[in-house]
Design a protein around this ligand. Sequence first.
Ligand code: 1CP
Length: 353
Amino acid sequence: MKIDANTGLVLRNLLGEQTSSVPIWLMRQAGRYLPEYRKIRRSTGSFLDLCYSPKLAAEITLQPVRRFGFDAAILFSDILVIPDALGQRVSFEEGLGPILDPLTPQEPILPDAMDRLKNSSQNKLEAVYETIKRVAASKKNDCALIGFAGGPWTVATYMVEGRSSRDFQNIRRWATSHATSFEVLVDILTDATITHLDAQIDAGVEVLQLFESHAGVLDCFGFNQWVIKPTRRIVEQIKRKNPHIPIIGFPRGAGAQIPYYISETKVDAVSLDQSVPLNWASTEISKSFPVQGNLDPIYLLGGSESLHVHVNRVLSAFSDRPFVFNLGHGVNKETDPKSVERLVEIVRNYEQR
Ligand code: 1CP
C-alpha cells in the first residue's frame, strides 16, 4: 500500500509512520453499550442472524464511527462464524454467551468441513463479505475498515469447551494428550481462517486483526505450537497475495512472550492487553514497531478524572513510536457512551508529538 495524502491515520501508523495526531478505535466499539445497537438487536432474531444480515451488520459497523468519529470501523461479525460455516452448531444465548456442540478427541473432525466452507453457493460467509462491500462503499476514505478472525487456538477453545470457559481443561487435555488429532483441528481452522481473511480483503477491508483472546492459558510449549505456528502460517499466506495489508496480532495474556510472538509471526503490529506494563513494552518492543492499546476498559466505568490520568499514561508511554490508541480488551456493556466521547476528546487533544 502506498501512503499518499488521502491515507488515514490508522493505516499510516500501522505501516510504521508516527503521526502527530494519535488515531483511535476501540475493540467491541459496536455493541450493547450503544442504544442504537440495542434497538436493532431487539428487532432481529438471533445474534448470528444479525451477523448474516448485510444491511443491518453494515449499519451496526458504522454506528460507533458516526457517533464518536473513530478512525477505524471494525466489521460487525464474530470469531464464531468460522465454526458455524464449518458445520458445527453454534448459538448465542442471553446471559450465557456462545453455546456449541463440543468436539472431543473421540469425535474430532467435522465431516466435510473444508468442503462446506469452500462451497460458496451454500457459504454463509458470503453475507459477511457483502457487509464489507456495503461498509466500504459508504465509509469515509480516511476511516480504515478492519476485518478480523479469531486465532485458531481461541476459536478452538469454544469448539472444544462448547462455551466460554474459565479453566480450559478439555482443550488443554486434548492438546497435550492427543496432540496429533488436535493438530488436525488446528490445521483445518488455520486453512479456514486464511480463506476467510483473503475473502475479506477481496471484499474491501484494509487492515486485519487476529484476536487470540485466550493465548494466555497456554504454557510456553503450547503457545509456540498452537499460537505462534498457526499465526505464522496465516501471516505468510495472507502476505503472499496481499503483502501490503497490515495485520495486527492480539495475543491476549502473552506477556513476556510478546517480543517472541512479534519476531516469529511477522505480524505488522501488536495489540497489547492492559496487563502489559507500559515501561516494559516501551523498552522491550522495538521503537519502530507499531503498537496498539492498552487502556483498561474499566476506566470507562469510573470518573472522568481517573480516565484522564490513565489515558495520558498510555499516550505518553507510546508517544515516541507508531501508535494506535485502543483498549486492552473490549468495551464493557455497562459503559456510558458519554465516557467514550470523553475518551475520544482526550486523545484528540493530545497533540504534542
Ligand atoms: O448479545 C449480543 O448482542 C452479542 C454480543 C456480541 C457482540 C456485539 C458478541 C457475542 N460478539 C459481538 C461482536 C464482536 N465479537 C465483534 C464485532 C466488532 C467490534 O469489535 O465492535 C468482534 C471483533 C468480536 C470478536 C470476538 N467474539 C472475540 C474476540 C475478542 C474478545 O472479546 O476477546 C471473542 C472471544 C468472541 C466470542 C464471543 N462473542 C460474543 C460473546 C458473548 C463471546 C464470548 C466472549 C467470552 O468468552 O468471554
